[in-house]
Write a protein that binds this ligand. Structure first.
Ligand code: PLP
Length: 368
């Protein structure tokens, strides 16, 4: 093994950029020559293309996934003190967006597949609960039929956090079309990533879409008249042009991610490694491929020695982070979330990895 040591990055956008240089540069030049940099043709086209891709009617692009959550919550009238049911094993922005509105995250534990345990949601509902915010983490779908049934019974709104789930499906229906609204992030590492920050809100509700459109530009509809207080949260024409080029490749990239995942699942054979629970390979878009290992720090040293990049998504459950002490959670409140946070590790899975690299990763892991 040591004779053929490779260096495999955890993620590298430059490989994809090299493949798409021509159309991306063309898109950038077109924008710069057009005389329009903000809220113009490319943004409209991305909103239309992406909402069509997801299978919803409206797309409202904004400057990040975090803002998309904040604005979607504002659109459904979330206010100071309202409770939003979500998970603590997510990117911090899921929670910081809730907090920006003064609302309170109410954390529910996860199942062995790392997704919200729908059987624990009802217990978390109180008089102040306004919405459920399921996170389709790592590219795998939450149990939306069950979540929608609970929401309906309790008259709650549902906003799907699809920041890691561009193209994930349940049967043939894409996530992002189940709840009242959904959000996606275009952060560079995402399955569809910009070359900077970006995000989008998806909905098929005309009224909510209109409200989000206003909220992203200071609350104004036209002529500088604001009837609601809003923000500055716009995706710019350059990022939209880049995303319009990349969107055409998303399905192909997701297939390649599935292929790599399938290779890992079939070939990683080591009793120290727990492979992820996958409900259905075809529905998953493998934003991340997560394995579990007991003595993680030892395993990390081993990967580093063999020059294999890795990630941890996420090492600290949000309910136990110092910034959220005031929510008064304690160790043991979310057992699965806490145990998995100590054991999970993300393997390289970006589409431009080549077969020699993934074979190398598997053989190194099998020798651990
Ligand atoms: C699950 C999840 N939600 C929300 C976000 C926020 O997206 P952004 O980084 O674009 O603000 C991210 C990405 O970091 C994420 O992974």
């Amino acid at each position: 093994m040591s004779k053929n040591k490779l260096t495999v990055p955890f993620f590298n956008y430059i490989r994809q950029y090299n493949l798409l240089k021509k159309p991306i540069h063309r898109g950038i030049e077109q924008v710069l020559n057009s005389g329009h940099l903000i809220l113009d043709k490319e943004v409209k086209s991305l909103e239309s293309n992406f909402s069509k891709y997801i299978g919803a009617t409206f797309g409202i692009s904004v400057n990040s996934g975090t803002d998309a959550i904040k604005i979607a919550l504002r659109a459904i009238m979330v206010e100071n003190g309202d409770e939003i049911i979500t998970v603590a094993n997510t990117a911090i922005p899921t929670v910081s967006a809730i907090r920006e509105l003064g609302a309170i995250p109410s954390f529910v534990d996860i199942k062995d597949n790392f997704l919200i345990n729908e059987n624990l949601i009802s217990k978390a509902i109180t008089d102040r609960t306004k919405a459920i915010l399921p996170v389709h983490l790592y590219g795998q779908a939450c149990n939306m039929p069950a979540i929608l049934a609970i929401a309906k019974q309790n008259k709650l709104k549902v906003i799907e956090d699809c920041a890691q789930a561009h193209g994930t499906t349940i049967s043939d229906k894409k996530v992002g079309t189940f709840g009242d609204m959904a959000i996606f992030s275009f952060y560079p590492t995402k399955n569809l990533g910009a070359y900077g920050d970006g995000g989008i809100i998806i909905t098929s509700d005309k009224h909510l879409a209109e409200k989000c459109r206003r909220l992203r530009v200071y609350g104004i509809k036209n002529n500088y008249r604001a009837e609601i207080e809003g923000y500055n949260s716009r995706l710019d024409e350059l990022q939209a042009a880049i995303l319009n080029v990349k969107l055409k490749y998303l399905d192909e990239w997701n297939s390649r991610r599935r292929q790599i995942a399938e290779y890992y699942i079939k070939n990683i054979i080591n009793e120290k490694i727990v492979l992820p629970e996958i409900d259905n390979l075809e529905n998953h878009v493998f934003h991340q491929f997560i394995i579990r290992v007991r003595n993680r720090s030892n395993f990390i040293k081993y990967l580093s020695k063999n020059k294999i990049g890795y990630g941890i998504h996420y090492p600290y459950p949000i309910h136990l982070q110092p910034a959220y002490n005031f929510l008064k959670y304690k160790e043991g409140d979310l057992p699965n979330t806490e145990i998995f946070a100590n054991e999970i590790i993300s393997l390289p899975i970006f589409p431009e990895l080549d077969n020699v690299e993934i074979e190398y990763i598997v053989s190194v892991i099998n020798e651990y």
